[in-house]
Design a protein around this ligand. Structure first.
Ligand SMILES: NC(=O)c1ccc[n+]([C@@H]2O[C@H](COP(=O)([O-])OP(=O)(O)OC[C@H]3O[C@@H](n4cnc5c(N)ncnc54)[C@H](OP(=O)(O)O)[C@@H]3O)[C@@H](O)[C@H]2O)c1
Length: 287
């Protein structure tokens, strides 16, 4: 199998790049040389590579910036996905694409299943949902994976830390750290997600999947657990979303249930605190 990996140095892309060569010939593509918004070039490059499968991890996912720049958000998260789906249909490859828990409005009080109705609250979620609709309506051979709260070792200061690394960095600054305590999520390890995606692409179970670690917490509880496992003791304060004052509205509850993966008997995910342990150990940040 020949796999083209778009966004190969991102959080998820770099984890996929570590493991996919075990089962496929992998061609990694990097931004900005390969830009999913340049449809003609994308089509020509993929035509030259002749992949069996393309994995698209590219996204514009800085949620507050999406609010200020809906055009750029829709270009990467929706229009480019449409163009990729059309190219996939024309050239005959299957497409893996990723979406988000932010397609939901958070009114539910139990984990969202794949067949729950989305109702995004912000531009980011709306643009990702538009990308989902394009993919699902244009291409049969697709895997569409919604995930939540991703963190992976590729995060860097220049690219904007993931939540774990940001908390570790803030702990070193000695100030009070304020984190929202009314948004429920499931932090998800990019390394574990990559393993599950590797398993999924060896099947022909196309369609929509929720894939996250198990369990749930608020961002504040996630921060508490990061500091506990890292042996740090900064001043940490839980606040509500209103006081935090982010530009984009976020769902208060966006926990996903890996319903379809479980029904199909795919390998399960570990509980989020265990996945965090593995991540901190890999970074050498565990107490
Ligand atoms: N991060 C989360 O918490 C989270 C939560 C739920 C769902 N997701 C979804 O999961 C997927 C992977 O997220 P991630 O955290 O791995 O993202 P990431 O670390 O930002 O990686 C995205 C990769 O795509 C590249 N890229 C950006 N714009 C591009 C473009 N126009 N054309 C081609 N490549 C481009 C990025 O390059 P540069 O780094 O050079 O910009 C980067 O290599 C995304 O679809 C995201 O929406 C993420």
């Amino acid at each position: 199998m020949k796999v083209v990996l778009i966004g190969a140095d991102g959080q998820l892309g770099s984890e996929l790049l570590k493991i996919l060569p075990r089962l496929a010939t992998v061609v990694p593509l990097y931004y900005p040389e390969f830009d999913v918004t340049q449809a003609q070039k994308v089509r020509a490059v993929l035509n030259g590579l002749r992949p069996d499968l393309v994995i698209n991890t590219a996204a514009f996912h800085r949620v507050d910036e999406c609010e200020d720049n809906p055009q750029a958000s829709f270009l990467v998260n929706a229009i480019a996905v449409r163009d990729l789906a059309l190219t996939a249909r024309e050239q005959g490859f299957a497409l893996v694409h990723f979406s988000t828990d932010y397609v939901f409005d958070g009114r539910k009080t139990s984990p969202y299943e794949e067949n729950d109705s989305p109702a995004p609250l912000n531009v980011y979620g709306t643009s990702k949902l538009a990308g989902e609709f394009f993919l699902r309506s244009l291409l049969d051979k697709h895997f569409l994976v919604r995930t939540c709260g991703l963190y992976g070792t590729a995060s860097s200061r220049e690219k904007g830390y993931n939540f774990v690394d940001r908390m570790l960095a803030l702990a070193g600054e000695g100030k009070t750290i304020r984190v929202v305590n009314d948004q429920w999520v499931t932090p998800t390890s990019a390394a574990e997600l990559a393993e599950r995606v590797a398993e999924l692409i060896q099947t022909s179970h196309y369609g929509l999947f929720h894939l996250t670690n198990e369990g749930k917490c608020t961002w504040f509880e996630f921060a508490q657990e990061i500091f506990r496992q890292a042996g740090l003791n900064p001043r940490l304060e839980g606040i509500d979303s209103r006081s935090f004052g982010a530009r984009a509205r976020r769902p208060l509850y966006s926990v996903l249930e890996n319903k379809r993966a479980n029904v199909l008997g795919l390998k399960g995910f570990s509980a989020w605190p265990a996945a965090l342990t593995a991540y901190l150990e890999e970074k050498g940040a565990r107490a």
